[in-house]
Design a protein around this ligand. Structure first.
Ligand SMILES: Cc1cc2nc3c(=O)[nH]c(=O)nc-3n(C[C@H](O)[C@H](O)[C@H](O)COP(=O)(O)OP(=O)(O)OC[C@H]3O[C@@H](n4cnc5c(N)ncnc54)[C@H](O)[C@@H]3O)c2cc1C
Length: 262
């Protein structure tokens, strides 16, 4: 038996960098360092663990929709141990919203061939957490999201989703889409051997025409949501410092009452 896993990974601006909006109010991705979205490292890790725990012939493909530099995110995932990569890149994708992104991902996943899609719980820049569900809807397959534990066996994906009040044991027949949380286990660091091996692993590049997607289905002009304005968040103030000279407790209570916290 073989198992084809596609892991969707997003290339995001480095959160420690100076992230800002470009003139067209999209996130400026040009002069900001980017990297593999940290929450997608957990998705890659779970795919590798499924492969290591399986007797089947498992193939892991990592897939990203993004600008040229997004190749760095694919290289990182390949150096962790994924087998091959697909990069969907096209100038007309600039400013694409979640609806458009899910269309491009669905077409790419179908073209690549898959049994299981694994996504992160959310990206670390848009943070919407909706793409896995949109993707499952477009593919017409079940979705099992926000799993803290996942396994595959006998044509079924199983997992545990931890909520505040209870944990759920969930399962779905393959093909399916799942997303995993940051509680699903530490993501491995690429070994030197892994980094060297990644340089030789195949990265396919596709554009919109390869996926039969029309430019008026994606891009900023065709987004369902638009950003009207963006303003710098006010710099954090030092805050109120209470020097306790015997009245500290009273001053604190007055401050909390003043803020309507109590
Ligand atoms: C600050 C900011 C605000 C935004 N606000 C909106 C908005 O309100 N409405 C809107 O429609 N769009 C919005 N976008 C655009 C949106 O981020 C992109 O369309 C994005 O590709 C999908 O949304 P997300 O990053 O929130 O994904 P999420 O739904 O958070 O992503 C979940 C998972 O889907 C996969 N995934 C997401 N994007 C990609 C990708 N490009 N390639 C491969 N896998 C991917 C990853 O595995 C990821 O972990 C915003 C972007 C930014 C940076």
């Amino acid at each position: 038996m073989s198992l084809r896993i596609v892991v969707t990974v997003k290339y995001v601006p480095d959160a420690t960098g100076d992230r800002h909006f470009a003139d067209d109010l999209t996130v400026d991705r040009d002069d900001v360092d980017g990297l593999l979205s940290e929450l997608d490292e957990y998705a890659v890790e779970q795919a590798l663990q499924i492969s290591e725990n399986s007797d089947d012939d498992v193939e892991i493909t990592v897939l990203t929709v993004g600008p040229e530099d997004a190749k760095d995110a694919l290289r990182k995932a390949l150096s962790m141990g994924a087998d091959k990569a697909i990069h969907v890149e096209d100038d007309d994708l600039h400013g694409t919203d979640a609806i458009g992104t899910s269309l491009v991902l669905a077409k790419a996943v179908e073209k690549a061939g898959y049994d299981l899609v694994i996504s992160g719980m959310a990206s670390t820049d848009g943070t919407m957490g909706v793409v896995p569900a949109l993707l499952a809807e477009r593919l017409g397959v079940p979705q099992v999201t926000l799993l803290s534990e996942v396994s595959v066996g006998d044509g079924t994906v199983r997992g545990r989703r931890d909520g505040d009040a209870a944990s759920e044991q969930l399962e779905a027949s393959l093909p399916a889409v799942v997303s995993v949380t940051d509680q699903s286990g530490e993501a491995r660091y690429p070994s030197f051997k892994g980094i060297m091996a990644a340089k030789k692993k195949p990265v396919q590049s596709w554009d919109l025409s390869d996926l039969d997607i029309d430019e008026d289905e994606v891009g900023l002009e065709n987004a369902y949501t638009t950003v009207d304005s963006a303003a710098e968040r006010p710099a954090r103030t030092a805050g109120t410092i209470v020097k306790d000279e015997g009245e500290g407790g009273k001053q604190l209570a007055e401050f909390l009452a003043g803020q309507k916290f109590i």
